[in-house]
Design a protein. Structure first.
Lengths: 293, 314
């Protein structure tokens, strides 16, 4: 990615002989052929399910088109409470994630660079432990935990912080790598700022894009998380969608489509924000292979 | 992917933080260690949090996998998890993971190369990159419902094929079985592959290709003798990452089949929610422990291979 001439750099240097130019042209035509075949297959495979979902959600009971399914979303009795429950958990997870990671990562970056590897390894671990297994462990480990922790959805919020760690860490790490945190903090200390002032008035403002993307990724994860919520038996937005799907398939497809579009917009904003500098890092952050939670 | 990007992105930042070598550096360093003990306290919340909410649950799974319901040590759970329906679940999960990762690596790799062979900074490139980021994260419940609307019994494509006189179920395909799971998982595996392999593909120097062509190599022999051997570790690493992501997936399969396809995560969920057999809870932990082992092996392989790749990538 650092190379200036990528494999697809425009073929600027003119080829010296006519034969080579012809051979190049021939290759370009053939390359174009297989390339467009692949694009066509990909377009069909990735777009048809979205179109089909739209078609399905607009299909009325008696055969004619209706947007009734979208109207019904809001009138479903449990929609509001399920969504609100997920939003609350999301905000809780975002708050804890930032409060935990920003000071820790700043401190490690400035004072304990040797511990970086340790912190990084810990944040990758949630990718190795499937949410299903984590849910099993939570039930086993916190069986005798106090009621405020295990008797309310609070426990989900705490565990979502763990699930979001790999993504939040990498988002913040990209931000910390992009600014000279050491100089900034030293300058602020030289001007008489205490550690807390430095954190809130120097570190945070300089990391705002990274903080925003960590927050958005965490929120998106929580709003879509199904495995833990369903196994720990708390009603969140995704478990409500599955629940409603059993009786009213059109509503669940409509809700899924709305959720997808909103997630898409959220992530697009993120990519656009990150695109200005180090777009690749943000795309890397988005690589949530295990996002099927 | 992110795991690989992070060390490369800020490599060198760590070295700059080491104390200087001059007398002033030593003095600073000594003063620093005096305060380091206090500063270390700042790391306590992070470590405490991860120990409680990640360490304790994982330890609970790992320990109870080897214990009976009465608390005595046993290997019974482990041996039980390799018999009957649980062995079938492991076989099915492995087959799904291998199939979808293979499809993901081949098609995602071709797709990424096709995108890279277009001109730079085109709209197409930007759309594919951002869309890959979104689609790789588009697992779970919404994905399952989108496919039910597509290939389900009254899905759009099913009905269109029916109108053309083609009965989809006559081919043996059903969205709610193994074949359906493979089709649906491919939806997030291919974009994941595009994201993971693009840096490696970008690292292939155009000079290598020019040199090969100068020596008379055709496009096919360039890929066979230069491109693919160079990419081999990256491709294998991506395969392992995709394998892990598909092996751990739960929500998509559950929303799609309501738990009728025997996959390991689904079996663990069933054991957890309903007491199917007595002592089932610790059997679930044995299955969970085995899942962790399988994914850990895949991820360690992935990290080692990407480290190898990053050596020539920069």
């Amino acid at each position: 990615m650092a190379t200036l001439t990528g494999p697809a750099a425009p073929p600027l240097p003119p080829t010296p002989t006519a034969t080579r130019a012809l051979a190049g042209a021939g290759r370009a035509v053939r390359a174009g052929w297989w390339r467009w075949t692949i694009f066509a297959i990909a377009a069909v495979y990735f777009l048809v399910p979205l179109i089909a979902a739209l078609e399905f959600s607009l299909r009325g009971r008696d055969g004619h088109r209706t947007i009734g399914a979208y109207g019904k979303i809001l009138s479903e009795p449990e929609f509001g409470s399920a969504l609100w429950s997920s939003v609350k958990l999301g905000l809780m997870a975002v708050a804890i994630t930032l409060a935990l990671l920003v000071p820790t990562m700043t401190l490690v970056h400035l004072r304990f660079p040797k511990l970086r590897r340790v912190i990084e390894t810990i944040t990758v671990l949630p990718l190795v432990i499937p949410p299903v297994v984590l849910a099993v462990g939570v039930l086993g480990a916190f069986r005798t935990a106090p009621q405020w922790l295990i008797g309310t959805p609070t426990i989900l919020g705490f565990e979502y912080v763990i699930l979001a760690l790999p993504f939040a860490y990498r988002a913040l790490d990209a931000g910390i790598g992009a600014v000279d945190l050491r100089t900034l903090v030293e300058a602020s200390r030289g001007l008489g700022a205490g550690p807390v002032t430095a954190l809130f008035r120097v570190v945070l403002p300089n990391l705002r894009t990274a903080v925003l993307s960590a927050a958005v990724l965490t929120l998106a994860l929580v709003l879509g998380e199904f495995a833990m919520a369903s196994l720990l038996l708390w009603d969140t937005f995704p478990s409500w969608v599955v629940h409603i799907g059993a009786s009213e398939a059109d509503v669940s497809v409509a809700v899924s489509l709305v959720a997808l579009v909103l997630t898409w917009l959220l992530l697009m904003v993120l990519v656009t924000l990150g695109g200005r500098r180090g777009g690749r890092a943000f795309v890397g952050v988005l690589t949530g292979g295990t996002r099927d939670e | 992917m992110s795991v690989a990007d992070a060390p490369a992105a800020s490599a060198g930042a760590g070295e700059a933080d080491l104390p200087g070598s001059g007398p002033r550096g030593v003095a600073e360093w000594l003063r620093g260690t005096g305060r380091n003990g206090f500063a270390l306290l700042g790391l306590v919340p992070f470590f405490a949090y991860t120990v409680v909410f990640l360490g304790l649950p994982t330890a609970s799974v790992a320990i109870n996998a080897f214990r009976t319901a009465h608390g005595t040590w046993t290997l019974h759970n482990i041996s039980l998890s390799f018999e009957g329906i649980y062995r079938d679940a492991f076989v099915t999960s492995l087959k799904v993971a291998l199939c979808t990762s293979a499809i993901g690596v081949v098609f995602g790799g071709l797709f990424a190369q096709a995108v890279l062979s277009t001109r730079r900074n085109t709209v197409l490139r930007r759309v594919v990159t951002t869309a890959s980021g979104v689609f790789a994260n588009f697992g779970g419940v919404p994905l399952a419902f989108a496919f039910i609307a597509t290939l389900g019994t009254t899905g759009m494509v099913t009905r269109m094929l029916h109108a053309l006189g083609f009965d989809l179920s006559s081919t043996g395909f059903s969205l709610f079985t193994f074949s359906g799971i493979v089709v649906v998982y491919t939806y997030f595996q291919v974009p994941l592959m595009v994201l993971v392999i693009t840096p490696a593909l970008e690292g292939l120097r155009p000079q290598w290709r020019e040199a090969a062509e100068g020596l008379g190599a055709s496009a096919a022999s360039y890929w066979r003798l230069v491109g693919l051997p160079v990419l081999a570790p990256a491709l294998l690493g991506s395969f392992l990452l995709l394998f892990g992501s598909s092996f751990a997936a739960y929500a998509t399969a559950w929303a799609l089949t309501s738990g009728t396809v025997p996959l390991v995560p689904i079996k663990i969920g069933t054991l957890l929610s309903g007491n199917v057999i007595t002592g089932g809870e610790n059997l679930g932990k044995a299955l969970g422990f085995e899942m962790i082992v399988v994914i850990a092996v895949a991820m360690v392989g992935y990290v080692l291979l990407t480290r190898r790749v990053s050596r020539w990538l920069r």
